[in-house]
Design a protein around this ligand. Structure first.
Ligand code: GLN
Length: 196
């Protein structure tokens, strides 16, 4: 039996991820503590509010275990606020004003929180995907107060773009980060990456 996919269930829209993983044929395990993380074969860090997520990761003693989890090679998917937590830093805000967000620095990218401003802080659009993800036709992406990817490190591959070419999905080894919400909609191809 494959190990279940852990779903960081501290805050945010983890229930929709559970349903998306189920559609991809994957069992899930809610993760709130290090011992639960240890039983997971992969992990989703959902969207939500990165300020809250960051605080709850520290309160739950999950920071070091999350680092170990990634170095063990198990697949990790971070979406929206989850991507912010995986990043190595925030831009557009002075360090003292990251509003308590302490990213995990597990993906060599920087992000700009709420990068699309207030007027269009939510929108839906088709993605342009890399070759490996194209099977299954067009893929609709939902952006909700989404971060923008800024610096993308040399070892990080862009796997999804907006029609204008802006990167919105990246992968480095076993870590995938998306600025949008793949769990909202019926497309399971990003969740399928967690099957390991
Ligand atoms: N704007 C949120 C943040 O900065 C992220 C929004 C989301 O996850 N949908 O954390």
């Amino acid at each position: 039996m494959p190990l279940p996919v852990g779903l960081l269930a501290l805050q945010g829209d983890f229930e929709m991820h559970r349903q998306a993983l189920a559609r991809a044929g994957l069992e899930t395990l809610p993760v709130r503590r290090p011992d639960e993380l240890a039983r997971a074969g992969g992990l989703v860090i959902p969207g939500g509010e990165s300020t809250t997520l960051s605080r709850l990761i520290d309160r739950g003693g999950l920071r070091a275990p999350l680092r170990e989890f990634v170095s063990s090679g198990r697949p990790v998917l971070g979406t929206c606020a989850g991507l912010i937590m995986l990043s190595r830093g925030l831009v557009g805000e002075r360090h003292e004003t990251w509003h308590g967000v302490q990213p995990l620095a597990l993906l060599d990218v920087t992000v700009r929180r709420n990068g699309y401003g207030r007027q269009i802080d939510s929108f839906t659009e088709d993605l342009v995907l890399t070759d490996g993800l194209q099977d299954g036709g067009p893929c609709r992406a939902v952006y909700i107060r989404a971060p923008r990817l800024e610096d993308i490190g040399p070892g990080v591959e862009v796997i999804a773009r907006r029609p204008d070419g802006e990167p919105v999905g990246v992968r480095a080894d076993n870590v995938v980060g998306l600025t949008f919400h793949p769990e909202l909609g019926d497309d399971g191809r990003f969740h399928a990456l967690l099957s390991g």
